[in-house]
Design a binder for this molecule. Structure first.
Ligand code: GLU
Length: 498
């Protein structure tokens, strides 16, 4: 489909600021944004903060930060404004009230003065008697305040409930799933005692007033949709199209929750050192086939160009972190080394491992060392541990026991020869190539040693470990003085140990 063939669509993501953002918010944003971009329409961010009990003050900022980090930018929202604002529901309370009044006047909604205790007792009684009549018993329906006040379980501040009619049509078309049927709803509260609308009223009013054409959200909202469609009908509005995305699942098929899986927190990916482009590509593959056949790597632009609702698989996609890590390695390798060093620096500052601003000398060292780790790096967070020996003062380098254990009787003469060779390399040509040629000639050919033995001893001196980034590159980055100091330190240690 080409962009011109489609009517510009308006889509939104509507997170509730109840904690640090869930990975599902990014997943929903990605698919909403893709369709908005494909049709040349708009993507809107709306903050659904009507639940004042679960409200967390810093959550909204985290939603902005993490979605911006992923490059999932919105055209209208609380921070950027737009023609349908305000985009924060708590700032729209005056907008909802007339619709509540209208629904009451039309007989579609009614006041309910039942106390929390009465509703609790009602629920317990229904559970005990195992009745099929669950839900609110309409005690308040048709009563004036005075009539109701005469009965037990009365509270002064009422809520407003929808009067769900008998025989409500519970089926509706879903863009992804075809015709769906939901269970019959209860007399849903639409206005709370604190004067805030519930999600169900606010979502309908706002989606309508904001001109939303497609409501794309998680499958947990399927059962609410008939209520929403009913509100559209009562208010005389055309409902939008509905698309219920599958829920992301753990390997054991359980729903991803912040309690059980750290990867449910969107911030976790940033903390771990995933690149936003890798996570974005990964989320594109959740319930959606690779854009380029067998190749799972695809840009957002390619995803947008090929996007098709019919390709979404509604069976909950499994969140496979190995795949994400693989994609991350791919994106890390495709960065320019200087850009990668910049990303690692940002990661170190953001995670508090480096101060802000970082020490220029540390950044310079990282920039010089990054090319030698790039090939095998899968997470930004692995960079500093791999390079720790470069950031250690020569006198503080700890030689690991397992590295020492690999040294054999040849080690003292290897180190003595290496010191001579390194010493003789002219300072101006202290490069990996020169060092490799000189050490190979002097140690492997000159001393007739196996490369593994010869270079193993040098590596132990330079990095203090059995395994390190490429040896000669490491030495070039470290510089002549440090290499000599480290070789001498290990040679001296072996000499005193006799
Ligand atoms: N505020 C709802 C949520 O947090 C939005 C659901 C919807 O998109 O309609 O999931």
């Amino acid at each position: 489909m080409t962009t011109t063939a489609l009517k510009p669509a308006r889509l939104r993501v509507a997170p509730s600021p109840t904690g640090d953002p869930h990975v599902g918010t990014a997943y929903m944003s990605l698919f909403n944004l893709a369709y908005a971009r494909q049709t040349g329409g708009q993507f809107i961010l709306r903050i659904e903060d009507t639940d004042r009990v679960r409200y967390v003050a810093d959550s909204e900022r985290q939603i902005f930060d993490t979605l911006h980090w992923l490059g999932l930018d919105w055209d209208e929202g609380p921070d950027v404004g737009g023609p349908c604002g305000p985009y924060r529901q708590s700032e729209r309370l005056d907008t909802y009230q007339p619709y509540v009044d209208q629904l009451i006047a039309d007989g579609h909604a009614y006041y309910c003065w039942c106390s929390r205790e009465r509703l609790q007792a009602l629920r317990e009684e229904q559970e005990r008697s195992k009745t099929s009549n669950t839900g609110y018993d309409r005690l308040c329906y048709g009563k004036t305040r005075e009539e109701r006040a005469a009965l037990p379980g009365f509270t002064d501040s009422p809520v407003v409930r929808m009067l769900i009619p008998d025989g409500l049509d519970l089926t509706f078309p879903d863009v992804i799933r075809g015709q769906l049927t939901a269970p019959p709803p209860d007399d849903q509260v639409i206005l709370k005692a604190d004067g805030f609308p519930t999600y169900h009223l606010a979502v309908v009013v706002d989606d309508h007033l904001m001109g939303i054409t497609h409501v794309v959200r998680g499958e947990e909202w399927i059962s609410s949709t008939p209520k929403h469609i009913l509100l559209y009908q009562w208010l005389g509005w055309e409902p939008p199209a509905f698309a219920h995305m599958p829920l992301l699942r753990n390997q054991d098929r359980s729903k991803i929750s912040k309690r059980k899986n750290p990867a449910a927190r969107l911030a976790w990916f940033r903390e771990q050192g995933y690149l936003p482009e890798a996570l974005r590509n990964f989320l594109q593959l959740m319930g959606y086939p690779p854009v380029h056949g067998d190749d799972e790597v695809a840009s957002f632009e390619d995803f947008v160009a090929a996007f098709d609702w019919a390709k979404i698989n509604p069976v909950g996609p499994i969140f496979d972190l190995d795949k994400l890590t693989w994609l991350n390695g791919h994106y890390i390798r495709s960065l320019e080394p200087a850009e990668l060093a910049q990303r690692i620096t940002t990661h170190l500052v953001e995670t508090g491992q480096w101060p802000s601003p970082p020490d220029p000398a540390a950044v310079d060292l990282l920039t010089r060392a990054t090319p030698m780790i790039q090939e095998r790096l899968t997470l930004l967070s692995e960079a500093l541990p791999k390079l720790a020996f470069l950031y250690t003062a020569d006198s503080d380098l700890v030689v690991a026991d397992d590295a020492l254990a690999t040294l054999n009787a040849d080690a003292p003469r290897v180190l003595a020869a290496a010191i001579d060779i390194v010493h003789q390399v002219p300072a101006g040509s202290f490069t990996a190539e020169t060092l490799e040629a000189a050490l190979r000639a002097g140690l492997v050919e000159g001393l007739e040693l196996k490369a593994r033995v010869a270079f193993g001893a040098v590596r132990t001196a330079i990095a203090g470990q059995k395994v390190s980034p490429p040896l000669f590159d490491s030495m070039a980055v470290l510089g002549q003085a440090s290499c000599l100091a480290r070789l001498r330190a290990l040679a001296g240690r072996l000499a005193t140990q006799g």
